[in-house]
Write a protein that binds this ligand. Sequence first.
Ligand SMILES: O=C(O)[C@H](O)COP(=O)(O)O
Ligand SMILES: [Mn+2]
Ligand SMILES: [Mn+2]
Length: 560
Amino acid sequence: MGGTNFQLKPHSKIPKPQKPLLVVVLDGWGQAADDEYNAISRAETPCMDSLRESRPEKWMLLKAHGTAVGLPSDDDMGNSEVGHNALGAGQVVSQGASLVDKSLETGQLFNLDGWKYLEPAAKEHTLHLIGLLSDGGVHSRYDQLWLLIQGAAERGVKRIRVHTLTDGRDTEDGTSVKFMEQLQKDLKSLEGKGCDARIASGGGRMITTMDRYESDWNVVKRGWEAHVLGEAPNKFKDPVDAIKTLKKPKEAGGKPVSDQWIPPFVIVDDDGQAVGTIQDGDAVAIFNFRADRVVELSKAFEYKDFKQFDRKRYPDVRFAGMMQYDGELKLPKHFLVPPPAISRTTGEFLARSGVSTFACSESQKIGHVTFFWNGNRAAPFDSKLETFHEVPSDQNIPFNEKPAMQSAKITALGIEALKSGKYDQVRLNFPNPDMVGHTGDLEATISACSTVDKCVKELLEAVEEVGGSWLVTADHGNAEDMVQRDKKTGKPLMADGQPRILTSHTLNPVPVAIGGPGLAKGVKFRTDLKEPGLANVGPTIINLLGFEAPDNMVPTLLSA
Ligand SMILES: O=C(O)[C@H](O)COP(=O)(O)O
Ligand SMILES: [Mn+2]
Ligand SMILES: [Mn+2]
């Protein structure tokens, strides 16, 4: 442990491969029993099936949720952030959700610099809290928001405005009404304590504020207009009424709007004035702990010089994130809880040991195989050795309308990189099972899974052709279960004769498989690990590239 020597030692049995290693992450591809709501077992997946069925020593399951990926408990589903952090770090790190829980439970959060910075502005003016209204535990949690609000009120903050993004992606669609009612009730309870706390604006997370990796800045612009300027096409006096109304089908027979796609709205008073615009002198905090979908909003608040959209008005506020979302950019400068420190990752060791890497996905997930993979670091460790390639994602369409997404381009780029002879490692992420799974559209998700199976097949053929090796895995479950289930019996839950669709991730394990002509003789998976998880993949990749894994990492999956 410790030290700054990143030079890896040659593996005692596995020679440094002469041909590339392909690493594929199938985003949201979990393992579950055959079932009519299992989009993966219902899809045509001859390639992934053959990996499982014909090579028992080179296929296994990994734990991808809960404590195995640094989340507070085993009731927490996995997600891309913690999954890719674990895969790339080769370590289990206490994640944002756990750190914020602890800081709020002990009250430590209110003793730290971030709160001290916000406090005078919050007391003298207004405290604005912006984030995802959810109990999904992926980006945020309601109980944390409420503890934050109560703590602020107890410390003398007299005016609070909450700007709510509705979920339906990490939570069941339709639950936003319940969360909004709860928040409204809880905020009202502060009235007697001399705190005027109200919901001020909101919108569905997929079209308001929570864009990621600069896929579509218009999403952030809509959020800015609603939260900061008090401008949105929809104005309501009551936030519950806002969601209920905006979820209604536009015309008879139309499908209700999903919580994720509720148009932005602003809450107004009897005179039609927005109740919570953000003004000079105010304090503003984002209460999401996860970075990817709030980096852009943080830039809009923090950067004076900002060109991505016209902010129209740029208030002079004290701004903080729940965490620091980008450690290299030091963004934001102020934060309520110090983020997980992830260092000595596989990416850093491999780059410092001369390994060249091509990492690629489409916009929606490019940061997963770069930023999250490398311990929340956006820039390469060595730009001569690492190439990050982003394929632009489709903008503004629900992904079930085009479930193949950009998979053909990612496959073609992967094959080109494998054949180019330029890279030791080619790392790809296919977003489809996850992104389409989140829409809750079972047929489209089946199609997404069939498509990525074909992509994997083509890639493995290319590895075969060049004589390389491969590792295929996933970051968490999603597409393998598309229905809410009774926790005890596992039976699908119904409402009005219809299955209650599951749009979120799951607690299921994920597969990992290795192979290829370049795999050193005798390499197979070991069977002695008690509870192998995603973090064990990191040292496995280091081994497959011909090095011993460093001792700050969890054990390898290989027996060689
Ligand atoms: O941000 C999202 O899209 C979801 O909340 C979680 O999905 P991901 O963890 O797979 O990105
Ligand atoms: Mn994911
Ligand atoms: Mn997801």
